[in-house]
Design a protein around this ligand. Structure first.
Ligand SMILES: [Cu+2]
Length: 265
């Protein structure tokens, strides 16, 4: 039975199930934390409403059943009740819409970013351009995952570390800095998604979408393309390495030097 459940869960394309987690990750950015907290708040409101509504319903079904000789009350077209059951849901909805709107407004505010990273989706890789620092590179799935994923590769993928979630060139970004992403695509629609950084945005040919995050914890964060973009859609992962500002500056210098050497050749 457990194997069957594991099989069923494995058919759901999500990253969160690796550790038997079913909830969203809380993430490491202000927007991901906000989205998580908002999700939990609304989840608890719906749980309380669910318990209330089903509680009253089951209580009525059991204690006011016909076989007990109960005669139904008649309050058809009762204005007071109709006002109450309209006003209460209205207030609950407004109460949920206020924090949700505030969160959306914050998520859309890409102003005053320190680093601007242009992301272009291609079949099937990502191109990253650091607009201020003149650094750019392509990022593809790493060769180990790529070999293992081939039909009849004979590789047991459970032995491949970060299977399908590893790239050759990860993105490096500083922590505690506002990062603005400009997303577009060169062929078909892709979507850039790293769950722990919050948000997921489409990369559409001919359009530039924006998103931002400010990573508060150094670490490696992994994601995937989240828009079906062709046969290798599942094989264009995203890896973000969040490092201190000093380390980031060092990395940028190295990249610029590498670019210079490559250009000379
Ligand atoms: Cu894609």
């Amino acid at each position: 039975m457990r194997n069957f459940i594991v099989f069923l869960l494995s058919t759901i394309p999500t990253l969160a199930l690796g550790d038997w987690e079913v909830n969203l990750p809380r993430g490491v950015t202000p927007t991901s934390v906000l989205a998580y907290d908002l999700h939990m708040l609304i989840f608890y409101i719906t749980v309380i409403i669910g318990i209330g509504v089903f509680g009253v319903m089951f209580y009525s079904i059991i204690h006011h059943r016909k076989s007990k000789g109960v005669v139904p009350a008649n309050f058809h077209e009762n204005t007071k009740i109709e006002i109450v059951w309209t006003v209460i849901p209205f207030l609950i909805l407004v109460g949920m819409a206020i924090p949700a709107t505030q969160a959306l407004i914050l998520m859309e505010d890409t102003s005053e970013a320190e680093v601007t990273l242009k992301v272009t989706g291609y079949q099937w890789m990502w191109k990253y351009e650091y607009l201020e620092d003149n650094v750019s590179f392509l990022s593809r799935i790493d060769s180990e995952s790529n070999k293992a994923r081939k039909l009849n590769s004979g590789v047991d993928v459970s032995n491949v570390k970060n299977y399908l979630l590893e790239v050759d060139n990860p993105i490096v970004l500083p922590v505690n800095a506002k990062i603005r992403l400009l997303l577009t695509a060169g062929d078909v629609i892709h979507a850039w998604w790293v769950p722990e950084l919050g948000g997921k945005k489409d990369a559409v040919p001919g359009f530039v979408n924006e998103m931002w995050f400010n990573i508060n914890k150094p670490g490696i964060y992994r994601g995937q393309c989240a828009e079906l973009c062709g046969k290798d859609h599942a094989f264009m992962p995203i890896v973000v390495k969040a490092v201190s500002k000093a380390e980031y500056e060092k990395w940028v210098m190295n990249q610029q030097n590498n670019n210079k050497i490559a250009n000379k050749k």
